[in-house]
Every structure is written in C-alpha cells, then in structure tokens.
Design a protein around this ligand. Structure first.
Ligand code: PLP
Length: 398
C-alpha cells in the first residue's frame, strides 16, 4: 500500500529542487527560493484532486485533526463523537483541542454507525467525526443528515482514504472539514505530512493561522505579521512537501493499481463460503488499499490471521488484537493514564470506558484486513491471493 513502494526519480528531483535553493521553510525567503513553493504546489494538487476550495498542508494527520477542531472553535466543554475502530490519533487530537472524546460504535461499513451517533448525542455534542477506515467510506449521507438536523460540524477523518470517493465526491471533501495523512505508511506519502480541506474561507484562514503560531501570512516580513490568536507549530517543511508533490501526481495510478490487485484478491477469497465482506456504500469509490472481510467467529478469525501470517502473506491485520486501532486494547486511554495532568473539562462527563461493552466487538473480533501491495505484478498478486485463500481454507479445516 504505502506510496514509498513507488518512489522513483521524481521524488529525488523535487527534493533536489528544494536543496538547490536551501529554503526548507514554506514561508518567506522570497528572493532566495527561485520561485519554488513545494507546500503551495501540493496544496493546489490536493484542491484539484479533491475538488475542495481550500487545502492546508501540515506536519501530519494528527496535527490536521487538531487544527481542524481548533479552526471550528471546538474546545473545552465540547464533545466530539468518534468511532471505536480508528487510529489512536482520533482521541489524541480531540483531547489536544481540549474537547471530550465520545466513543460510539461502528456498523457493517466498519465506520461510525449513524444509529450509534444518535444515541451518543448530548447538549454538549459539537462534532461528528467519522473515520473512513482502510480506504473506504462510512454511511456518509446519513451522518451528514444528522449533522444538518442537529446543527453539528461534520469532520471527516480521511487520513486513510486519500484518493477515495463517494458518488464522485472525494472522501474528506463532503463534510465541513476533511483531514488527510501523508505519513510514511499512507497511499500517498510525504514521509510525514497531513492536510486539511474545506470550502469555508473562514475555517481555512483560522486553520492557516493556528498551524503557524497565529501568523496571518499577510505580510512579507514575518516579524510584522499580526496574530489574531495564538497557535502552535504544525508546519510542514518544504522537503516533505517536495516528496508529496512527486507522490500526489501518481494518485490516480496508485488507486488503479490497488483496485486491480484487490479484484484478484477478492475473487480468490470471496470463493470461500465462510468469508463475507465489509459493506462499502459506493464500491466504485473504494481506494482499495485493503481487502477487509469477516470470518464466522472470533476464534476462527484469530486462527485465520495466524495461518495467513504463517503462510508468508504480508500486511495481515486482526484488528481486535491490534493495540492501536481498536478501543479494546486502548488500556492507557481507558485507565486515564496520561503523561501529565489533563484539564478536568476534558474528563467532565466522559464515560468510564473501562466499563463500556462495545457492540462493535461482535464485528471487529471477526474482522481481518489484508493490505494490498503496490509493487506486485498481476501475477504476483494472483500468487499471493491464492496463497492467502489456501491459508484461510487450511485454518477453517482446523
Ligand atoms: C494515519 C492516521 C492518522 C494520523 O496521521 P499521522 O499523519 O500519522 O499523524 C489519523 N487517523 C487515521 C485514521 C490514520 O490512519
């Protein structure tokens, strides 16, 4: 899956262009930079690909989520509804913004369940934050409907879904704000990087200031710029943006390679009667970075995962046993074991998640994902898919 599988001369060329001038910072140094603005160039590409009016490139996806919430004015006393199946960055960014994470459930899309969002609503709810997991979408129409009805912000965590669409619209460009990650393991990578997209000039301007200490970027002399409010330093460097410029130009190719490989895998594994697949509301928009399926029980899923790994299949995930992507093993969060004392506003009204029994266990315990490799030839994909199917069958025999 990761974009680094397809590094070629173009990444070196873009990075070389930055090093020729030596200007690694995205702002200022106009005379010295020879007209090279890599962060801006990548932002323009993000707007072109997603159809969003504004894009802001930042240091990483977690910073993008935190900045998105701050730009919307969400903070102390506010609740943000998130799914239990996501990367830990979801609650980290909500807490970094000073808000309270509220963990709801997933449905058979493996993304935030609209029904559970309705159940989780309180007078303090300000944001619904679905996560388009493993390259495909949530039931986004319904979630958008709830947000419109209840006057809440819809913030899409599309960190795993750059290049994916829902009925022709880019995931991330459907809600009020969308966030992407371009970290080293994502389909398009900057090494480290992230982005915010929005159609709101106000939200964009606030995010732009927040991610750079409050700089309003309206003066060529940084020292003379004004600061309507303080922020942080979540800036991306020109070197990282340069890698991203090379990578983002290959988005369409990356997605089509994933789709071709996934088709091969799905045909091989779908022939096994015990296997069922995750629901994808618009299969044509899937970025196809993973093939995700369910086994009949938790025990079978665990032995299938073991058998796949034993057979040398790479990129196998039984998320239920993973320490980073499912609430079950977020012991640190559940025990409220934080590095430093955190604001009581965050904890006020927060459930004791060590005591919550998640309905999502039923789905996640049976769920397995296999990451699609970009470097495969079609023959290699076929061989790998056949090996995976054989490993699943052998585990089913017991
Ligand atoms: C990768 C990821 C993030 C965080 O992105 P970073 O760039 O690694 O900070 C957030 N949410 C999800 C769902 C992710 O997969």
């Amino acid at each position: 899956m990761p974009g680094w599988e397809m590094f070629d001369e173009s990444e070196k060329r873009h990075v070389g262009e930055v090093m020729e001038t030596g200007v690694m910072m995205r702002y200022g140094f106009d005379a010295k930079r020879m007209g090279r603005w890599k962060a801006r160039e990548m932002e323009e590409a993000i707007c072109r690909i997603t159809g969003a009016k504004y894009a802001l490139l930042l240091a990483d996806g977690t910073a993008a989520l935190t900045t998105a919430l701050a730009a919307l004015g969400v903070g102390a006393g506010d609740e943000v509804i998130m799914p239990p199946f996501t990367f830990v960055a979801s609650f980290e960014s909500i807490m970094a913004a000073g808000a309270t994470p509220v963990i709801a459930e997933v449905d058979d899309t493996l993304c935030l369940s609209p029904e559970s969002v309705r159940e989780a609503l309180t007078p303090r709810t300000r944001v619904v934050m679905p996560v388009h997991m493993c390259g495909a979408m949530a039931n986004i129409d319904e979630l958008k409907g709830i947000c419109a009805e209840k006057k809440l912000f819809l913030v899409e965590d599309a960190c795993q879904a750059f290049g994916a669409t829902y009925r022709g619209r880019a995931l991330g460009a459907i809600g009020d704000v969308g966030c992407y990650s371009f970290d080293f393991n994502k389909i398009v990578t900057c090494g480290e990087g992230g982005a915010i997209v929005t159609d709101s000039a106000v939200v964009y301007a606030r995010a732009d200031m927040y991610h750079d200490h409050g700089h309003d970027h309206k003066n060529s002399d940084r020292g003379l710029e004004s600061h309507p409010f303080p922020g942080y330093n979540y800036r991306i460097s020109e070197l990282h943006a340069a890698v991203g410029c090379a990578q983002i130009a290959k988005t369409e190719r990356f997605v089509s390679i994933h789709r071709a490989n996934k088709r091969v895998f799905k045909d091989a594994i779908g022939a096994i009667p015990e296997v069922s697949f995750r629901k994808i509301p618009d299969p044509d928009g899937d970025s196809a970075t993973f093939l995700t399926f369910f086994m009949p029980s938790e025990d079978i899923a665990r032995s299938v995962a073991k058998s796949l790994k034993g057979a040398g299949v790479e990129g196998v995930f039984h998320w239920f046993d993973n320490n980073w992507h499912y609430v079950r093993n977020w012991e640190h969060f559940k025990a409220r074991s934080f590095a430093n004392p955190i604001s009581s506003d965050i904890l006020k009204g927060m459930k004791d998640y060590s005591k919550v029994k998640f309905k999502s266990d039923e789905l996640l315990s049976r769920c397995i994902s296999i990451s699609m490799k970009m470097g495969w030839t079609q023959d290699e994909a076929k061989l790998s898919a056949e090996r995976a199917a054989a490993a699943i069958k052998s585990a089913l025999k017991g």
